[in-house]
Design a protein around this ligand. Structure first.
Ligand code: SAM
Length: 238
């Protein structure tokens, strides 16, 4: 991919605000850079994200939340979330999508969850915040659901099955399905349970990131953030 077309433009160290590290900007610098220069956040909603979702049960760190919002804000196509639970990350992604959509072409936002019992809770949390209509709530095993969805994803957040086998199945389902230049965030990549083998996120990623054309761009909260490299290839018919 042409480096000048990348959305990953590293910003000067001194511009980093507290607790939040923006690492990329959009294609519309006139829209975005002045705000980054001023305070680092995209606006008051971005800065207030932790408070806006504080009452939703979940283990997302502030660094996760800021980056998820930013990624959805700058999405240029479909967003995929795997692992919704009570909808904390879903709400953050939906807010970013809502606030960025006027200037970009982000969406739809697909959210996949295996366990049916969480759906009413997540839907309630999204409805309460006026976000429910922005999200396509999907039930089922992520690898199976991903295979049934159309096209490619521009922005991906994976926080579902953390076992080596389950996470590898998600990675395989995503192969060739992420837009070049797309953003992929993997939760719990730095969790100590990767050491004990209880989580297989770090191991599976280390094995597949090169062959998938994923380039590591940094740690945000508990997430490893990657950029999808490469030129678009035709999608396999499904
Ligand atoms: C750590 S939680 C997700 C937390 C959520 N992202 C948040 O912000 O609070 C992991 C979720 O993934 C779901 N999950 C596990 N295996 C899955 C699979 N194969 N497909 C879809 N969801 C799965 C679990 O039911 C659980 O709700």
């Amino acid at each position: 991919m042409d480096a000048s077309a990348s959305r990953f433009v590293y910003l000067h160290e001194s511009r980093r605000p507290r607790g939040y590290e923006p690492i990329y900007r959009s294609f519309e610098p006139s829209l975005y850079v002045p705000e980054i220069g001023a305070h680092g956040f995209l606006g008051p909603v971005h800065e207030g994200i932790p408070e806006a979702v504080a009452s939703i049960k979940g283990k997302l760190m502030e660094g996760d939340q800021y980056k998820l919002y930013e990624a959805a804000f700058f999405a240029r196509g479909a967003i995929l979330e795997v692992g919704r639970l009570h909808g904390k990350s879903t709400a953050v992604l939906a807010m970013g999508l809502r606030d960025g959509t006027a200037n970009r072409s982000g969406g739809p936002l697909y959210s996949v969850e295996l366990n049916d019992k969480y759906e009413p809770i997540a839907a309630g949390n999204l409805r309460e915040r006026g976000l429910l209509e922005l999200v396509t709530l999907l039930r089922g095993d992520s690898a199976t659901v991903i295979a049934q969805l159309p096209g490619r994803f521009d922005t991906v957040f994976i926080d579902g099955d953390h076992s080596y086998e389950g996470f590898t199945r998600d990675l395989r389902a995503l192969e060739g399905r992420i837009e070049p230049g797309g953003v992929v965030m993997f939760h719990d990549c730095f969790h100590p349970q990767n050491e004990s083998g209880e989580y297989g996120v770090a191991r599976a990623l280390a094995e597949r990131e090169d062959s998938m054309g994923l380039a590591y761009r940094g740690r945000f909260g508990g997430m490893a953030l990657y950029e999808q490299l490469g030129a678009p290839v035709p999608l396999r018919p499904r």
